[in-house]
Write a protein that binds this ligand. Structure first.
Ligand code: NI
Length: 160
């Protein structure tokens, strides 16, 4: 099982590099291993820096199963934003309210090397945005309007 990187490890604050195309077997293996890790750690999303890989690859849980998104981008965001409580496998036991666009038009490459563009809604939109933030070294606590649990842990985690 891939070990999880926790705060305050510096890779979580670095900007990840694009995955070179075409997709190699190594990238396919990373994608599959990240799905396995996401399930194992009971997450609903995971970004490569969280398993110590500084590349632009995320996995998200969706209603149709886990999806690997290579070089994920957000093309458009809905004007409407919603508040939702977020957590992160790399920041154990901390939760906070984050306001984000309700829907996002996303563009990514799947593990088969096919370009995809689609609107994500509800939880998938939320998770995708959280994971893309990870690729830019941004953590949900940076965006949270209110920490709802684990506030006392932030200092130990080097987040305040
Ligand atoms: Ni996270």
């Amino acid at each position: 099982m891939l070990p999880l990187v926790l705060v305050p490890q510096p890779i979580l604050r670095q900007v990840a590099k694009p995955v070179e195309l075409p997709i190699t077997e190594e990238v396919q293996r990373l994608g599959r291993d990240m799905i396995e890790a996401m399930v194992h750690y009971h997450g609903i999303g995971l970004a490569a820096p969280q398993v110590n890989q500084g590349v632009r690859l995320i996995v998200i849980a969706t209603v149709s199963g886990p999806t690997v998104c290579v070089n994920p981008e957000i093309v458009k965001s809905s004007w409407r934003k919603v508040n939702f409580e977020e957590g992160c496998l790399s920041i154990p036991n901390v939760f906070g309210l984050v306001r984000r666009p309700e829907r996002v038009l996303v563009h990514y490459c799947n593990l088969q090397g096919e370009e995809r563009e689609e609107w994500l809604v509800e939880l998938a939109a939320r998770v995708y945005q959280h994971e893309v933030d990870h690729l830019n070294g941004v953590l949900f606590v940076d965006r949270a309007s209110k920490i709802t649990a684990g506030r006392e842990l932030l200092k130990d985690y080097g987040l305040v």
